[in-house]
Design a protein around this ligand. Structure first.
Ligand SMILES: Cc1cc2nc3c(=O)[nH]c(=O)nc-3n(C[C@H](O)[C@H](O)[C@H](O)COP(=O)(O)O)c2cc1C
Length: 201
């Protein structure tokens, strides 16, 4: 029964998409894209933003985690982070995205660490062949260096297309409007189809 429901929803969504998206429009992102949100988060703020993005786009989530965990205390963590930055380190990442080829659009997000992206983002960007993909940077920060951090993610992903990035001090209030602006928002019907297809049966 569920199978038939999914097929019906797919047909309806397909019909709507065909009407809404003129063929050959190079300026807008196709709606039927596979999206991944890859993020690093030490304290949970960036994780919250990543989950908000996923909830509006139907994206898969990948948490970038170091093999060697960062100190849980703030000051020791800042010391490790500063040393990594000064030494241009490449902290090893736990786990791997096996099927990166299936994603057309990849959001890459992190907190601002010492005026830039944490070095683990460099490890991430260098671990995959991202050529030809669409990369969307985002970050969270306490006070400043938002633009520098977004730009760093852009520099770490050459030979890709970039959509406008987003930075926040923690609020997720503007996330939906930004996703709408860059044209990756899924319609409620599309989200419903994604949710149904993810159900175990
Ligand atoms: C090691 C370290 C360095 C930081 N450097 C900056 C900085 O340069 N500029 C800034 O505005 N915030 C800085 N912050 C604050 C974080 O960017 C901010 O709290 C962020 O939202 C935390 O995200 P998270 O909870 O996902 O780790 C720093 C925090 C840490 C732990």
């Amino acid at each position: 029964m569920k199978k038939y429901l999914i097929i019906m929803v797919a047909l309806v969504v397909g019909a709507f998409s065909a009407c809404a998206t003129p063929q050959g429009d190079q300026n807008s992102t196709p709606k039927q894209t596979n999206i991944l949100v890859a993020y690093f988060s030490w304290g949970g703020t960036t994780k919250k933003v990543a989950e908000e993005i996923a909830s509006h786009t139907g994206a898969d989530l990948f948490r970038i985690e170091p093999v060697q965990a960062y100190p849980t205390e703030y000051r020791p963590c800042t010391e490790v982070a500063r040393k990594e930055r000064d030494e241009n380190a490449r902290p090893t990442i736990k786990g791997k995205i096996e099927n990166i080829d299936k994603y057309d659009v990849i959001f890459i997000g992190c907190p601002v660490w010492w005026h830039t992206a944490p070095m683990i983002i460099s490890t991430f960007a260098e671990s995959y062949d991202l050529r030809g993909k669409t990369i969307v940077p985002f970050c969270t920060y306490a006070e400043t260096y938002r633009d520098e951090t977004l730009q760093k993610i852009v520099e770490l992903t050459p030979h890709t297309r970039h959509l406008k990035g987003f930075g926040t001090t923690g609020s997720t209030a503007d996330v939906k409007a930004w996703l709408e602006d860059i044209d990756v928002l899924k319609t409620p019907a599309e989200q419903e189809m994604i949710n149904l297809s993810r159900q175990k049966w």
